[in-house]
Each structure stands twice: as C-alpha cells, then as structure tokens.
Design a protein around this ligand. Structure first.
Ligand code: UTP
Length: 295
C-alpha cells in the first residue's frame, strides 16, 4: 500500500467572532486585513506550502466572502486587463488558482469539535490537517508541514497537535497538556484539559494546527457536549491519548492570535515591517508615536 499523503485541510471558520464585534457582524473576522491580505489568505498560503491541494472551509451564514476571495473575479479581471494592470492581474490569477476550495455550512455554532465533525463526508477516510484561521504562524518550515512530518515519522496513525508555551496567567484561555518528552521537538501527550480554571498541568498550550487520523470522527461522534454546552475538539483529542496516541510538536516560531484585538494589531505591525515599500516610513511613524506617548 502506498504511503498516505496530506492533501486536505479543514478550516473551521463558523464561529461567531464576538471579540471582533461590531466588525464581525456582517464581515467574517477571517477577512480582517493583515496589511493588504485577509488573515485567511495567510492560512491558505501556509497550507499550500505544506503540500495541501484541497481546503474545506467550515462556514456559516453571511460568510460567503471567504469563498469569493479564492474565486475568479471575472468582471474585475476584465477591467484590469482593459487597463493593462498586469501586476494586479497576475496577483489575482495566482490567488484564484492557489488551492481548490470547498465549503460546508455548520448550521449552528455548536463548538469547534462539531465544526470539524461537519467535515467528515468530505474527508473520505484520510488523515487531515486542521488549521484555525485565527492563528497566524511564522517559521522557516510551515507548521502544518512539520506536523505532517511528525505524523509520518511515528507511523501515520497517532494524532499530532502543535504546542507552544504561554504565560501561566493565560493558561485558562487554551487547551493545556501534560507531556512526556520523546525527542527535541516531539512529546507524547498524557493529558489534555480545555481551558483549565485552576491548577493547569503545565503552561504548554495547544495552538491552532493539527494533523489527525480518521478515527478523530468516531471520537467526535461519541464525545457528547462538554464545556459551554459545545462539542469540544479537546475532549475528542483527550480520548486519543490512550489509543491510537496523541503527540505534540513543539512549535518554535512566532504566533499571532488575529482573533484577538491586540494580536491582530501586533500582526499588522510585524507584517508591515516586513514589507520593503512600507518599512522605513512605518518605522518612522512608530518611533514618533512611541516618543509622543512615552510621557
Ligand atoms: P473561538 O473559540 O475563537 O470562537 O473558535 P470564535 O467564535 O471564532 O471567536 P470569539 O471567541 O467569539 O471572538 C476557535 C475556532 O473555531 C471555529 C471559529 O471560527 C474559530 O476558527 N468555530 C468555533 C467554529 O467553526 N464553529 C463553532 O461552533 C465554534
């Protein structure tokens, strides 16, 4: 039998985005710009750089703009062609051929686990990547690719989640794990707790990248409602720790939580400073702003 490949990624994007109201009332928070690209495009680019060919968006009502963003813009492209806007045309053509996009509606926001479960018919019994669009990650090797390499190295059967240390006072906002080291970058997860109110087992948090074997769907189907009355992905992952096993990949790059106001602002500053056409003028503005606000 040939080795499995990672070709499909599921992107749960059906949440309410309450931290970004009123913006997120009619525009999905996944479409918030980081400089001039929606946050979701950075996620799609990481997926493609990791070998992904097909992307499933879990969406909800009023979120069609996410799919439109990756579609042909026939009229716009015709006008750009008439006006000889070659560079813009090239950019749009690269975007509409970046990745094959499908979507499934999660009709009610019953939780992240429920959103992933809605992807089951599309997945067809293969291992999948899951990427949370709020987490913008930067590393020399794309995080999803590192997770897939780890998935293969340990037999193509155990789940792999990305982990990162977070400040102890923020552990109540994350899925937190207790672990046993396997090698420099990989740990075995012994326990996983969703948003612990007290006594977190560590300050190692699950961040928004996963590679999961098909058995995740059986776990999600039987796990029932957990914290907040929602079907929690964390509860299904907890059931994987015994069999087939759950691994953690220690992500060592930079992470921005663009679903949070401060994280969104930080991402914009960091990504603007990476753009040669903006860097000097923006840096001068930041210096002046810091000086004016120092007193
Ligand atoms: P969050 O817990 O960050 O919730 O979901 P949210 O709705 O996006 O944002 P806030 O907290 O209200 O501001 C984590 C991820 O799971 C998806 C979200 O879209 C987000 O990518 N999700 C959550 C779903 O797809 N469906 C759900 O029912 C819940």
């Amino acid at each position: 039998m040939s080795k499995p490949t990672l070709s499909k990624v599921v992107i749960p994007a059906a949440g309410l985005g309450t931290r970004f109201l009123p913006f997120s009332k009619v525009i999905p928070k996944e479409m918030l710009p980081i400089v001039d690209k929606p946050a979701l495009q950075y996620i799609a680019e990481e997926a493609v750089a990791s070998g992904i060919k097909q992307m499933l968006l879990l969406t909800s009502r009023h979120k069609e703009s996410m799919e439109d963003h990756f579609d042909l813009a026939f009229e716009l492209e015709a006008i750009l062609r008439e006006r000889n806007k070659e560079e813009e045309l090239k950019m749009l053509s690269q975007l509409s051929t970046l990745v094959s996009v499908a979507s499934v509606r999660q009709q009610q926001p019953l939780g992240l686990g429920h959103a992933v479960l809605c992807a089951k018919p599309w997945v067809e019994g293969q291992p999948i990547g899951v990427m949370l669009p709020d987490d913008l990650l930067e590393a020399p090797t794309p995080c999803l690719q590192s997770l897939w390499e780890c998935f293969g190295r340990f037999g193509f059967s155990k789940g792999v989640v990305a982990l990162m240390e977070v400040p102890w006072e923020k552990t109540h906002q994350y899925g937190i794990v207790s672990v046993k080291p396997i090698d420099e970058n990989v740990v075995r997860i012994c326990e996983i707790v969703e948003k612990p109110k007290s006594n977190p087992p560590s300050n190692l948090a699950v961040i928004g990248r996963y590679v999961l074997p098909p058995c995740i769907f059986e776990k999600l189907e039987t796990v029932g409602r957990g914290a907040g009355g929602e079907i929690q992905l964390t509860d299904a992952l907890a059931r994987m720790t015994e069999a087939p096993g759950l691994l953690g990949y220690l992500f060592r790059g930079r992470r921005f939580d663009t679903g949070d106001k401060l994280g969104f602002l930080e991402a914009n500053v960091a990504f603007a400073l990476k753009r040669p056409e903006l860097k000097n003028a923006f840096l001068a503005y930041l210096r002046q702003t810091v000086e004016e606000n120092a007193q």
